[in-house]
Design a protein around this ligand. Structure first.
Ligand SMILES: Cc1cc2nc3c(=O)[nH]c(=O)nc-3n(C[C@H](O)[C@H](O)[C@H](O)COP(=O)(O)OP(=O)(O)OC[C@H]3O[C@@H](n4cnc5c(N)ncnc54)[C@H](O)[C@@H]3O)c2cc1C
Length: 470
C-alpha cells in the first residue's frame, strides 16, 4: 500500500516532489531485484535523494514514523538483500554521483551512485584501475558492493572489496553523518589510510547489507592498470592435487588475479551451455581444472610467474592445458554470460555464497552435489580464490518458477546445504537471511552484533532482518 499522503509530503519537502514516487508502476519496479528466488514486496514509496544531507533527512523522518528503509543501488544483489520490507520505503541512491581522484595518494572517492563501469572508464584514462570488481560491474555500484563486501575478478590476489576501502561517508539511522578513515580529519588531504582514530569503524558498514546506515561516499585504493596477462588452464587427476596447486601458487607469490577451480562435471555443464557462444575450443576436462589469469605491470615479471606456474603444475603431476579463452573470458568479466544464459532460458536460481579454505573447497562441491542427487534438480557450483587463504564458492540451484513444489524443494535443499556448509567449517561470504538458521554455537558473537544494531538503530528501521535475520 502506498504511504500516507501527509508523510509522503514530508519526504517531498526533504528531497523535492519529483523524487518521491508512489506510482503503482514505479513501486512494482522496485519490488524486485536480481534476486529471482526471493518473493517481491511492493514498497510504500520510492525516494531518490541527491546527497548525504537529503539522506539524513529521510532517515530522520523514517525514524519519526517508524518506517522500514531499504537502501538500493544497482539492485543486482542475489540473496534478497535489497527487496523492500512490507510497508517500507526504498531509498534509491543512484543520484549520488561524483568521482574525485587523489593521484598522489593512489586513491579515489566515489558517490554512492557510481557503478564500477563508470569508475573503470574514468580510471582507465589515468592508466589506473580498482583491481577487485564483481561480474555485475556494469550495473552494480561500488557502495553497493561495499555494503555486501563483495568479491570477484581480481579477488584472488587482492581479497574482497572491503580490502580496497580506505574510508566511508555514512548516514547513521538517526540521520547523523559520519566519515571514517583518514578523511575523518577535516584537514586531511584525502583518503590515505583506513585505520585511524582508534578501532576501525569502517568495517562496521562493510558487509552490513544496509542495516547499519546508508553509505553515501566510498574511498578506495587505486592501482596501476596491468597490461601483461597470462591466461591458462591446468588439469589435475585428483581434488587434492588441484587444491595443493592453489596453495603453492600463493606460497610462491604468483600474481593469480583470478584463479577458479571447476569439477569436471560442472565444466561439462558450462561447456554444453556456453562453449560455442563464447568460442571456447574443445578440451579434455580433468577431475579438477584450475583456470587462472596471471597479471603484472611488467612483462619480465609475468614471464617468470607464468613459467613457475607451469613448473608447479607439472611437478604435482598435473597437465598444462594451454586453453586461454576461458580464463580470458573470466578476467574480462564476461563469464556472467553464463548467468545471462540462465536468465534467458527462464530458469530461476538460488545461490548461497560462502568462503572455504582451499583444502576444504571440495567439501562444498560434495555437499551441493549430494543435495542435487537427493532432490533431483539441476545446479552447479564453482569457486575462485578470494584472498590470503580462502576460496569463494557459489552453489547455484536452478528451478522452474512456475512449479511451486520445485521451488519449495529448492528452499528446503538450500537450508540443508547452509547447515552442512557451516558444519564443514565454511563462513558466509554475504551474511544474508538465508544463513539465519544455519549458524549455531556462536550466540555470543551474534548477540554482540544485535547489541550494536540496537544501539545505533533502536527503532530497527534499517533493512530489518536482512543481516542473518538481525
Ligand atoms: C550477473 C551477476 C553477477 C554477479 N557477480 C557478483 C560477483 O562477482 N561478486 C559479488 O560480490 N557479487 C556479485 N553479484 C551480486 C551483486 O552484484 C552484488 O551483490 C553487488 O555488489 C550489489 O550491488 P548493487 O549496487 O547492485 O547493490 P543492491 O543490490 O542495490 O544492494 C545490495 C545490498 O546493499 C545495500 N545497499 C545498497 N547500497 C547501499 C548503500 N549505499 N549504503 C548502504 N547499503 C546499501 C542494500 O540494501 C542491499 O542490502 C552478481 C549479480 C549479478 C546479477
Amino acid at each position: 500500500m502506498a504511504i500516507d499522503k501527509k508523510i509522503a509530503k514530508e519526504f517531498e519537502n526533504a528531497v523535492g516532489a519529483e523524487y518521491v514516487s508512489t506510482r503503482p508502476d514505479v513501486l512494482l519496479t522496485y519490488s524486485q531485484t536480481a534476486s529471482m528466488a526471493v518473493e517481491p514486496v511492493i514498497p510504500s514509496a520510492v525516494i531518490r535523494p541527491a546527497n548525504a544531507k537529503e539522506v539524513s533527512q529521510i532517515l530522520k523522518l523514517a525514524n519519526k514514523h517508524r518506517i522500514p528503509v531499504t537502501p538500493r543501488s544497482g539492485g543486482s544483489s542475489l540473496q534478497g538483500e535489497a527487496i523492500p520490507k512490507p510497508g517500507g520505503i526504498v531509498v534509491d541512491l543512484l543520484r549520488l554521483g561524483g568521482i574525485t581522484l587523489y593521484e598522489n595518494l593512489r586513491s579515489v572517492t566515489v558517490g554512492a551512485g557510481v557503478t564500477y563501469g563508470e569508475l573503470d572508464k574514468f580510471l582507465a584514462k589515468h592508466g589506473l584501475f580498482l583491481p577487485v570488481y564483481p561480474e555485475s560491474s556494469l550495473v552494480c555500484t561500488v557502495a553497493g558492493n561495499v555494503a555486501v563486501n563483495g568479491a570477484g575478478v581480481g579477488s584472488s590476489l587482492y581479497g574482497c572489496t572491503g580490502e580496497m576501502v580506505l574510508g566511508l561517508e555514512v548516514v547513521l539511522p538517526d540521520g547523523t553523518i559520519i566519515q571514517t578513515g583518514s578523511e575523518a580529519n577535516p584537514n586531511s588531504p584525502g583518503p590515505f589510510i583506513r585505520y585511524a582514530f582508534g578501532p576501525d569503524l569502517t568495517g562496521l558498514f562493510i558487509g552490513s547489507l544496509g542495516s547499519f546506515g546508508i553509505i553515501t561516499k566510498v574511498s578506495v585504493k587505486t592501482f596501476k592498470r596491468m597490461k601483461y596477462f597470462d591466461y591458462n588452464m591446468y588439469g589435475f587427476d585428483t581434488v587434492e592435487l588441484a587444491e595443493q596447486f592453489l596453495i603453492e601458487i600463493k606460497q610462491n607469490d604468483i600474481n593469480g588475479l583470478f584463479t577458479s577451480i571447476y569439477s569436471g562435471e560442472v565444466l561439462d555443464l558450462f561447456m554444453d551451455m556456453l562453449s560455442e557462444e563464447l568460442g571456447f575450443p574443445p578440451f579434455e576436462h580433468a577431475e579438477r581444472t584450475v583456470s587462472m589469469t596471471i597479471g603484472r605491470v611488467r612483462e619480465d615479471m609475468l614471464e617468470s610467474d607464468a613459467k613457475l606456474a607451469r613448473e608447479i603444475c607439472e611437478r604435482l603431476g598435473g597437465r598444462v592445458l594451454n586453453v586461454r579463452e576461458m580464463p580470458q573470458q573470466e578476467w574480462e568479466g564476461r563469464f556472467w554470460n553464463f548467468v545471462r544464459a540462465s536468465y534467458i532460458h527462464g530458469w530461476h536460481w538460488r545461490t548461497l555464497y560462502h568462503h572455504q579454505t582451499p583444502t576444504n573447497s571440495h567439501k562444498s562441491v560434495d555437499i551441493i552435489m549430494d543435495a542435487m542427487d537427493k532432490y533431483r534438480f539441476l545446479g552447479h557450483t564453482a569457486g575462485f580464490q578470494s584472498g590470503h587463504s580462502s576460496m569463494n564458492l557459489y552453489p547455484h540451484l536452478y528451478f522452474d518458477p512456475q512449479d511451486k513444489d520445485e521451488e519449495e524443494k529448492v528452499v528446503k535443499a538450500h537450508q540443508e546445504i547452509a547447515k552442512a556448509l557451516f558444519k564443514s567449517g565454511a563462513v558466509p561470504f554475504k551474511l544474508a537471511e538465508f544463513w539465519k538458521d544455519a549458524i549455531e554455537d556462536m550466540d555470543e558473537y551474534m548477540d554482540f552484533l544485535k547489541h550494536i544494531k540496537n544501539s545505533i538503530d533502536p527503532n530497527n528501521i534499517m533493512n530489518p532482518g536482512v543481516l542473518g535475520g538481525i
